[in-house]
Design a protein around this ligand. Structure first.
Ligand code: AP5
Length: 214
C-alpha cells in the first residue's frame, strides 16, 4: 500500500502517520523528519536545509527528490510506504510519476488556516521517533515527556506564529495545486483520492482513514 498524506503544515499528517504505520505495518517517510535528522547530524545537507526551513520556505526539489528516491529503494518499503510531506510541489509529483512510482491513495487533510495557527502553538514533538503531541488535544501521559521513551519533548523551531503563517502561504501557493493534480490522477484511474475533515478529533480522523483504507 503506497499512500500520500497531503495537507497544510499542522493539518495532522504526522499524527495520523503514526496511527497508519502501526495499523498497516508500512514505514512513514517524512521528508521533514529526514531533514531535521540531517540538521541534527550537522551534515552539509542539514546546514543547507536549516536556513530554508527556519524561514518557512521549501527545500529545493532536486535535493528532496534525491532523498526520497534513495529512501523508497530500501527493503522496508517493498510492501508500501506512507509519504508524509512529499510531494509538496508539482515537479516533485511529476518526478515520482516519471520514476514509475505509482500511488494507491492520496489522502487530503482539510483544516482551515486559523485552526492550524492555534494547533501549532501547542505542538510538542519527540524528534527521534516522529511522535507528535498537543498540550490540549493530544497530551502526553506525563507532561513534557514522550509516552514510550520518557525523553523530553521539544518545540519545533518553525512553530513560531510568524513562521507558521509563512508556511501556510507557501502551502497554498506551491502544495495545494497538488489537490487538483491528484484528483485528475484519480479521474484517470491512476490512484484513489479522498478528502478528510481534519478538524475532527484525532480518533475520529483515524477512524475515517481506517474506513477509507479498509
Ligand atoms: P514538515 O516536517 O513536513 O512539516 P509540515 O508539512 O509543515 O507538517 P507538520 O509536521 O508541521 O504538520 P503535520 O500535518 O504533520 O501535523 P501534526 O500531526 O504534527 O516540513 C518542515 C519543513 O521541511 C518545510 O517547511 C520545508 O522547509 C521542509 N520540507 C519538508 N518536506 C519537503 C518537501 N517535500 N519539499 C520541500 N521542502 C520540504 O499536528 C500538528 C499539531 O496538531 C500537533 O500538536 C498535533 O498533536 C495536533 N493535532 C493533530 N491532529 C489533530 C486533531 N485532529 N485535532 C486536534 N489537534 C490535532
Amino acid at each position: 500500500m503506497r499512500i500520500i498524506l497531503l495537507g497544510a503544515p499542522g493539518a495532522g499528517k504526522g499524527t495520523q502517520a503514526q496511527f497508519l504505520m502501526n495499523k498497516y505495518g508500512i514505514p512513514q517517510i517524512s521528508t521533514g523528519d529526514m531533514l531535521r535528522a540531517a540538521i541534527k547530524e550537522g551534515t552539509e545537507l542539514g546546514l543547507e536545509a536549516k536556513k530554508v526551513m527556519d524561514a518557512g520556505q521549501l527545500v529545493s526539489d532536486d535535493l528532496i527528490i534525491g532523498l526520497v528516491k534513495e529512501r523508497i529503494s530500501k527493503a522496508d518499503c517493498e510492501n508500501g510506504f506512507l509519504l508524509d510531506g512529499f510531494p509538496r510541489t508539482i515537479p516533485q509529483a511529476d518526478a515520482m510519476k516519471e520514476n514509475g512510482v505509482a500511488v494507491d491513495y492520496c489522502l487530503e487533510f482539510d483544516v482551515p488556516d486559523e485552526v492550524i495557527v492555534n494547533r501549532m502553538s501547542g505542538r510538542r514533538v519527540h524528534p527521534s521517533s516522529g511522535r507528535v503531541y498537543h498540550l490540549v488535544y493530544n497530551p502526553p501521559k506525563v507532561e513534557g515527556k514522550d509516552n514510550e521513551t520518557g525523553d523530553d519533548l521539544v518545540i519545533r523551531p518553525d512553530d513560531e506564529v510568524e513562521t507558521v503563517r509563512k508556511r501556510l502561504g507557501v502551502y497554498h501557493e506551491q502544495t495545494q495545486p497538488l489537490v487538483a493534480y491528484y484528483k485528475a490522477e484519480a479521474d484517470a484511474g491512476n490512484t484513489k483520492f479522498a478528502t478528510i475533515d481534519g478538524t475532527q478529533d484525532v480518533d475520529a480522523v483515524s477512524a475515517e482513514l481506517a474506513n477509507i483504507l479498509g
